[in-house]
Design a protein around this ligand. Structure first.
Ligand code: FAD
Length: 377
């Protein structure tokens, strides 16, 4: 393959693409907005699925190394109602097939697997334009520009590359998450720690929930889910953590105190994360010399699939480019023909999982789903 590949974004998707290309001897450059690998905490545990995340890591030649990063015991699952009654309690007996790993560890493994100099940090794409004949120019916030014959937008929800292909932009789902952390749970927050258990805990009711995961060192990482309008959210001053916490917890009046403690006893300021999506059947007509992967292509409500899909997209695109060394367009066509139905199916599933978690019959809908052998998140 003679055209170097230019990737915008060093998330899990862009990194997996670069790594799979490297395995096949194809050079690439990633331009990443963040100034360094350590610029931002990388979120919590991800379960890596046997049908997408794990095969992607095999294609990257990193599956064995990944197994060494697995957070043991993290697959235990609990579902509670608002009174704190445990409706489902599945221990991690090692047969779940969805090993949990810290996103930061996974990202670090991928970064370290690339030749030095592959990633250009502090390179925020500000604008992208077509030069004709499948060539594109990317302008960065620091004033630099690059021209490329093969551009991949792996730059997440608010992709700067996507407008070359599609007029779609993310729309607010009507639900938001508020993120909190309780550190040293077993020692400093023992009641909350016991309630969360050894893995993940979902306490749910229609339209809302408190979901927490036990991470390494007894950290309790919580996402509080709320149905909320942008106007209502705008009325909360997140710059005042105490006031924001008090306002959020009012939405959980009457809930068991061991659950609301995950909100009120946070060791970090609450962080608002509004959830946006692209259309479920988001697709585009082939445009010479450019494509998308991961959230840039198919942003959906959190369902435990997004990071897995981004890695899978990256691996599939890398393999397609390797299989068509002299014909990048054939590679992009093959990649997109599989990408569109795969993404649409996952987006439909994510809506179904959201309904199981926060619909009118939650939490019993989620319990029934698990009891029938399903897996959510
Ligand atoms: C609260 C929450 C919980 C989630 N939990 C899970 C889970 O448990 N399991 C799971 O599989 N998925 C989960 N997801 C979804 C998952 O995080 C995403 O689907 C996944 O990170 C997408 O990967 P990506 O590589 O496409 O994009 P991203 O991870 O968003 O990476 C994009 C990269 O591009 C960079 N970038 C952005 N703009 C620019 C620019 N203009 N120029 C240069 N660089 C740029 C960013 O800095 C970033 O490094 C969750 C999402 C949320 C919001």
């Amino acid at each position: 393959m003679t055209t170097p590949v230019t990737i915008i974004g060093a998330g899990l998707g862009g990194l997996t693409l670069a790594r799979v290309l490297h395995v096949h001897g194809i050079p690439s450059t990633i331009h990443e907005a963040e100034p360094s690998p350590a610029a931002r905490a990388q979120g919590g545990l991800l379960d890596i699925h046997a049908h997408n995340g794990q095969p992607a890591l095999r294609d990257a030649g990193l599956h064995e190394e990944f197994l060494g990063l697995v957070h043991q015991g993290g697959e235990a699952t609990r579902v509670l109602d608002k009174d704190g009654t445990v409706l489902l309690d599945e221990p991690d007996d090692g047969t779940g097939g969805r090993p949990e790993v810290h996103r930061g560890d996974l990202r670090r493994m991928l970064i370290d697997s690339l030749p030095a100099g592959t990633i250009h940090w502090g390179r925020k794409a500000a604008a992208v334009r077509s030069l004709g004949d499948g060539r594109h120019e990317v302008s960065f916030a620091d004033g630099a520009t690059v021209q490329t014959g093969l551009l991949v937008g792996a730059d997440g929800a608010w992709s700067r590359v996507r407008p070359l292909l599609s007029g779609a932009s993310p729309v607010y789902t009507g639900m938001s998450l508020v993120e909190t952390y309780l550190f040293d749970g077993d020692t400093r927050h023992p009641v909350a720690a016991k309630t969360v258990g050894g893995g993940s805990m979902s306490a749910l009711a229609p339209g809302k929930g408190i979901q927490a995961h036990r991470e390494g060192g007894g950290t309790l990482h919580t996402y509080v889910a709320l149905s909320a309008s942008p106007e209502w959210l705008a009325g909360i001053d997140f710059a005042d953590p105490a006031a924001a916490t008090a306002r959020i917890v009012r939405e959980f009046d009457g809930w068991a105190p061991e659950l609301t403690a995950l909100i009120t006893d946070g060791d970090t300021p609450p962080v608002l994360r509004p959830l946006h999506t692209l259309p479920q059947d988001h697709r585009w007509d082939r445009v010479l010399g450019v494509t998308l992967l991961g959230d840039a292509a198919h942003l959906m409500p959190p369902s435990g699939e997004g990071a897995n899909l981004a890695m899978y997209d990256g691996a599939e695109l890398g393999k397609a480019l390797a299989a068509h060394p002299d014909d990048a367009e054939a590679a992009l066509t093959a990649y997109e023909q599989a990408l569109f139905p795969r993404s649409a199916a996952a987006a439909a599933d994510s809506v179904r999982i959201r309904e199981l978690c926060y619909g009118a019959t939650a939490p019993h809908s989620l319990v029934a789903f698990f009891t029938d052998g399903g897996q959510a998140g």
